[in-house]
Design a protein around this ligand. Structure first.
Ligand code: X8Z
Ligand code: ZN
Length: 611
């Protein structure tokens, strides 16, 4: 599953650069032969890429089988295969240290840095630790993927995708609380495993010459890790007032629905009432917050059901958007090999992902798709990964990746921003476009997903960065988690928590060790892409009404950015398409500007905030 576990590193911008020294006293650097040459470094990386390419394919195939057929055997095989891959990366990285300090061509230096980022959990050279790490990773993933919530007597067991349905549609506070508490039990068994995983990954990071694994995670952004943390905070600062206004308004409406004893008006919102297990996106409770006078409500779930869509049709429709922009259709093997719905007779990993098995054309998605608006959004998201993978397949192995991981997560979401009411009319799903009086409701609906997500997108890795660097100790794992959820999201646990709970484990990306700040960046980047695309298309109306559907000219420019893969620092890729080399939330703020004005009016006289 390289797309999700992959990390990549940043390098300097100049044509000839010195590979940054990352060795520290006491690390595993072996005695290097005197004065290695540029030719040796180039030959080394060429050979390393060939080895990695072959090993990646094998590891991907094993991981695919394990993800789509969880048994003790496939788990053992996948752990073994991941251990081999990590050992290869660890060996190559150790060998590459002899080129530190050498003046190298930019692409070689960049590749040597990218090599370090091949695995999110850097593996120590010690084979026993390497094996233990791979087994912990497999076990944590299994605990999450096979988690269920049953009634006290063991009946009525629900899988996460079934629970998700209840969260989307139920307004029964007690039932939601029961399922919330039930699902969060999945974390308890994970805690000691996670703690050990952190210890071992940190040993691996030290061998890379880094203080801890979190620093490695922050090293993939073409800037020093400390600068990246500040950059993330800067972006959050840009969008925080918009989030706070949305939070304030939603809390008022939830108070009206559930009573202010359940939703106190000066405190964080109970996390089980926002239409999503993690309160990460709130669009599913739009009906509770919709302005009273609003006549327009584009309920994509209803439209899909009414038009008789099934998961294949949803996938074909998403594919159609990409082909409309000039991308080649998905290969026949995509349809033959993808897992689009949950198989009935076996355990699988349901969390959606996109796969690039052979770095050529064997691209697939793995979902447990249901016919609803969320999954319609997700299938666009996943195909974004697949079309990116295919666009950069001509790059050499280490450059076959996103410009940064936020780009990878933003592609499909950017496309889905063009799934406007106007586009739904074109698809025949909607009869007519709502009039412009419907703009605030439309924006509110969109903000409930896009804006609500922002603090969640940031806090997961704030937690992990501080776990990796030891600022958060194991005995405080859960308390620190809720401190961050309170501080950033302004949500609270609906039931009492203790140090025995491990609530981070109830979110897929923690047990599976997929870095998360990428989704925060993607939320910001997708609006930058959208604005740039709409400008290129000559669109002059409000941004949320702009759809670039069918615009092959914009599609060609977009494709040019995708084809670069990770071959250049991300600011260059961004500039290619948007004309700017900065990540910046202004486009997102411009998109939601009319809503912000409206929210501020609704919130007048309210005491917003929760601290
Ligand atoms: O994990 C995902 C994708 C796969 S890369 C389905 N997302 C995050 C999540 O579900 O938490 C997309 C949005 C955020
Ligand atoms: Zn994704």
């Amino acid at each position: 599953m390289r797309i999700t576990k992959h990390l990549r590193a940043g390098v300097a911008l100049s044509a000839m650069i010195i590979l940054a020294a990352c060795g520290q006293p006491g690390d595993k650097q072996t005695a290097a032969p005197a004065k290695p040459t540029v030719e040796e470094a180039t030959a080394f990386i060429t050979k390393a890429e060939a080895e990695l390419g072959a090993a990646r394919e094998k590891a991907s195939r094993t991981a695919w089988v394990q993800n789509t057929y969880i048994t003790p055997d496939t788990l053992a095989l996948a752990a073994d295969s991941n251990a081999s891959y990590s050992a290869l990366v660890s060996r190559l990285t150790a060998e590459s240290k002899r080129f530190v300090g050498l003046e190298l061509p930019a692409d070689v230096a960049r590749k040597l840095n990218l090599l370090r980022m091949e695995t999110a959990l850097p593996s120590p050279a010690d084979p026993a630790l390497n094996k233990e790490l791979a087994e912990l990773d497999a076990k944590l993933g299994e605990l999450y993927a096979t988690g269920k919530v049953c009634r006290d007597d063991g009946s009525d067991c629900l899988t996460l995708d079934e629970i998700d349905d209840v969260f989307r549609t139920s307004r029964d506070e007690k039932e939601l609380k029961r399922l919330w508490a039930g699902w969060h039990k999945v974390g308890q068994e994970m805690k000691p495993l996670y703690q050990r995983e952190v210890e071992i990954a940190n040993i691996g990071a030290k061998e890379l010459g880094l203080p801890d694994a979190g620093t490695l995670w922050r090293s993939g952004y073409d800037m020093p890790p400390e600068a990246f943390e500040q950059e993330a905070d800067r972006l959050w600062g840009q969008v925080k007032p918009l989030y706070t206004a949305l939070h304030c308004y939603a809390r008022t409406k939830l108070g009206e629905k559930y009573g202010t004893d359940v939703v106190p008006q000066d405190k964080p919102i109970p996390a089980h009432l926002l239409g999503n297990m993690w309160a990460q996106e709130w669009g599913n409770i739009y009906d509770l917050v919709a302005p009273k006078q609003a006549a327009t409500n584009v309920d994509v779930t209803k439209l899909l059901v009414k038009a008789g869509y099934d998961p294949i049709k949803m996938t074909k429709t998403a594919e159609g958007f990409f082909t409309g922009l000039g991308f080649e259709p998905l290969p026949q093997t995509f349809w033959e090999r993808s897992q689009i719905t949950r198989p009935r007779d076996r355990e699988v990993v349901c969390h959606a992902s996109a796969w690039d098995i052979d770095d050529k054309d064997d691209i697939r998605i793995k979902m447990c798709m249901r016919v609803n608006g969320d999954d319609f959004q997700t299938v666009h998201h996943e195909l974004g990964h697949n079309f990116y993978q295919r666009a950069y397949k001509a790059q050499s192995t280490l450059f076959r990746n996103g410009a940064n991981d936020g780009f990878h997560e933003a592609i499909g979401d950017f496309i889905a921003l063009s799934v406007t009411p106007g586009y739904l009319v074109k698809l025949g799903l909607l009869d007519k476009e709502p009039s412009t009086e419907g703009d605030v409701p439309l924006l509110l609906q969109q903000a409930m997903d896009k804006v609500a997500f922002l603090p969640f997108g940031l806090l997961i890795d704030k937690w992990r960065w501080n776990v990796f660097n030891g600022n958060i100790k194991p005995e405080d794992y859960n308390k620190a988690w809720w401190d961050l959820r309170t501080k950033y999201q302004g949500v609270s646990s609906p039931v009492e928590r203790t140090a025995a709970d491990f609530d981070p484990g109830a979110k897929n990306h923690v047990p599976t060790s997929v870095p998360y700040v990428r989704y925060f960046l993607a939320r910001i980047l997708q609006f930058q892409f959208h604005k740039a695309a709409c400008d290129q298309a000559g669109f002059t109306g409000p941004l949320h009404r702009c759809s670039i559907a069918g615009n092959a000219e914009v599609g060609a420019k977009f494709k040019a950015m995708l084809e670069m893969g990770a071959s250049k620092p991300w600011p260059e890729a961004l500039k290619t398409f948007t004309g700017t080399d900065q990540m910046d939330a202004s486009a997102m703020l411009a998109y939601f500007a009319p809503l912000k004005e409206w929210l501020d009016k609704q919130n007048e006289g309210k005491s917003c905030g929760w601290e």
